[in-house]
Design a protein around this ligand. Structure first.
Ligand code: V47
Length: 372
């Protein structure tokens, strides 16, 4: 549905959504209660149409993707997130740590030619300290000066600063001097304190995540933001999470993109402890649309094909998303937890998904500069 040819109300069947459509048209901010209604209403078509309307106003048919490589320098993790299937404990046969040299060698492989963004998040392993990261970033930048380094979730940055005996600010300054340019949006999970204590016992709380993001933004380092949905959270937790992100973005403007992360249920404790089903297509599209409507100050909303499948991500482009993330060569976090999507998509495949849905594909860098 690239264009909306009818007045917005004509797409809406739930009359309770009509006042929201008025607000959307007047570019008025939606409230907490509006957010709850967006989760409660069965009218996904109406919600999607409002989100699409906002997307068209903001981006027209432009749809972004990046040629991106994932890498996790270690899977050893001392934090215990119940939803994570990627982590290993020391001594585990699958545990690994990659040296800077190995990572550079990996990036030299022909399949990584043309990669513009290296997205790295990993476990929390106390043996890695600031010297490791400085060496890693400098080695990568020496060999690939144009490669964009997007590294650390906010909790990861807090963790590695502490084990390095540095303030987060000092750690960040040194990483930036060595080549760090932006940060991914992971580690946010769900901000609600009670739920966080159930799904990621011992992990730093929402305030830490938000404070570190604020610090990055104040230092001119853009970051992304995420929310893990489809586990034991309720709509009020999701609205609360999104509005906390929106409030920070009001202050800093430093978030580039928001990515709803559909919980993958396999090989992790959370999936074993609770009776949780895979997220449904309906739920995945709603998350994209609600984000576009509530996060009125975050420029880009991604439909993350790795977790919701390529086909649904493509449809997500008509429900508020303007970004398909990218080629994502070698993803582990979602795949270890049961994602059945391919390990990578080619540029051609991404372009086809976008054009077949009636949108205009644009290859971007991490800061949304377009490559001709
Ligand atoms: O931090 C972990 C989450 C994140 C599971 O910034 C899980 O451009 C679902 O942050 N099911 C990593 N999610 C992914 C991530 C990301 C993805 C795409 C784009 C960007 C970006 C960031 O995935 C982790 C954690 O929050 N996660 N386990 C799971 N079983």
């Amino acid at each position: 549905m690239p264009a909306l040819s009818l007045p917005l109300e004509r797409y809406i069947s739930d009359p309770r959504l009509l006042p929201l459509a008025d607000k959307v048209r007047r570019e008025e901010r939606l409230s907490f209660q509006d957010g709850l209604l967006l989760y409660e209403s069965p009218d996904l078509t109406g919600i999607g149409a409002m989100a699409h309307w906002v997307r068209l106003r903001r981006h027209g048919l432009k749809t972004y993707y990046v040629v991106s490589r994932r890498m996790s320098y270690t899977n050893i993790c001392y934090t215990h997130c119940q939803f994570c299937a990627f982590q290993a404990k020391p001594g585990d046969p699958k545990a690994y740590v990659l040296s800077a040299e190995t990572i550079v060698k990996e990036m030299e492989k022909p399949e990584n030619a043309g990669v513009r963004e290296l997205h790295m998040v990993a476990g929390h392993y106390p043996k890695l300290k600031i010297d490791y990261f400085e060496d890693l970033f400098r080695s990568l930048k020496r060999r690939f000066p144009d490669l964009h380094l997007k590294v650390f979730t906010m909790v990861e940055m807090d963790y590695y600063a502490r084990v390095s005996g540095l303030s987060v600010e000092a750690f960040l300054d040194r990483c930036v001097a060595a080549g760090l340019e932006s940060c991914p949006g992971g580690g946010a999970e769900i901000f609600d304190e009670e739920l966080r204590a159930k799904i990621c016992i011992g992990k730093k709380d929402a305030n830490v995540w938000l404070e570190v993001a604020e610090l990055c933004h104040r230092k001119g380092i853009p970051t992304n933001c995420t929310m893990l949905y489809g586990h034991i959270e309720q709509p009020r937790h999701r609205v609360d999470h999104l509005l906390r992100l929106r409030a920070l973005q009001d202050r800093t403007g430093g978030f580039l993109a928001y990515i709803p992360l559909a919980y993958q249920i396999e090989d992790n404790e959370l999936g074993r402890t609770y009776e949780i089903h895979e997220t449904t297509g309906h739920q995945d599209l709603r998350e994209v649309a609600v984000a576009r409507l509530l996060l009125d100050n975050v420029p880009h909303i991604k439909a993350y094909w790795v977790m919701i499948t390529e086909g649904l991500a493509q449809i997500g482009l008509s429900y508020g998303a303007d970004d398909l993330d990218g080629t994502i060569i070698e993803e582990s976090i979602a795949h270890d937890a049961g994602a059945t999507t391919p390990q990578a998509l080619s540029k051609g495949e991404l372009q086809r998904l976008i054009t077949k849905a009636g949108f205009e594909p644009l290859e971007r860098d991490n800061l949304y500069k377009i490559y001709a």
